[in-house]
Design a protein around this ligand. Sequence first.
Ligand code: PLP
Length: 397
Amino acid sequence: MEKGDATKYVHTGNGELCYELNKALTVPETFPIYLSSAYIFDSIDPIDKICDEGAPGYAYFRLGNPNADATSQILAAGDGAEKGLVFSSGMAAITTSILATVKPGDHIVASPIIYGEAFYYLKYELKRWGVETTFIDFNTQDVADYIRPNTKLVYGETIANPLMSVPDIQHLADVAHANGAKLFIDNTFATSIIAKPIKYGADLVIYSATKYLGGHDDLVGGAVVGSEEIIKSLSFYLGLYGANLGATESWLLARSLRTLPLRVKKMAENGLALAKFFESHPKVEKVYYPGLESSPSKALADKQFEGNGYGGMLCVNFKGGQKEIDKLISNLQLVRFVPTLAGVGTTLTYPPRASHRDLSPDELAAIGITMGQIRLSSGLEDTDDLLNDFDQALAKM
Ligand code: PLP
């Protein structure tokens, strides 16, 4: 019997066409966006195979989907890891990974020089869950002195936000593992193009994909890469907490990753040029950049970055406070004040009122964040245009 209009509109195409496409002799050159929240089963048994036994196929978006898998594969390959996962934001990647690893009564050792909200999460939020964090400067204090029998996690960043210090990842991993703890490294500022923390023993490498990986200031996402075992366990919690990255964002992220090496290389060239420019400028008090000879982190950066450059992130202290920084912002013509980093254009931000606004004045002072400080993210512009823009703006400060 001829079906009614409504039935035709609801049922034509879709499943049938997808089955046909699966048998087609050609495949799309570019992995498509799969905007489907669920999948069709021909019978009931395959659901156990897919959900419990790892058979190929998908059931429900939150528990796994093609775009998340496609993007995770690129990420894992780039980092030299077995597997990866994508999340709805960098903070979702951080909080889900930590919650999946600790339980009430556990202890964490972390650097306080990390992204402000990650610091807040470790210091205040995890306390509500009965997990205590000891903060130490990985460059001046030995993590081995702060490990306790209940320490389950050591947490830091490859290039620390915002003061660009570089920890000895191999040492952190050795100490953590000797105690049965795990090492999580946020590699957002470095990316796998500059450093591969897995190689130095990190168990999990975490990213805010909103930054270099996405790279165009048009998506918010997070990612982790690690061994098959740790990713399998995190995948369960990702589904449970529902911190998934949308299919369109996953696709955008995959597309951006295709150009990550080129972007990071150019940004690192501009980062080094800017760091040298600021270091020799009379209005500048101090420059934090791991590629400068003056940086206490240079030796570790040379060892762990293996000649891949020192990244596009730097911090600059000026004589004067917020008023002077405001003058700089209003006089810059190319460089904009934007509270993020690693888009295609050079941007600056003001850590005490942006990335680290959750910290008290004492907490800011303790880690060296001042009111006369900017954090810069170098972009893809011609180097001379950037130097000229800062030169003219600094002349008016
Ligand atoms: N890690 C670092 C080093 C960051 O700079 C940020 C954000 O700026 C995050 C994590 C959090 O990422 P998201 O904003 O994507 O949640």
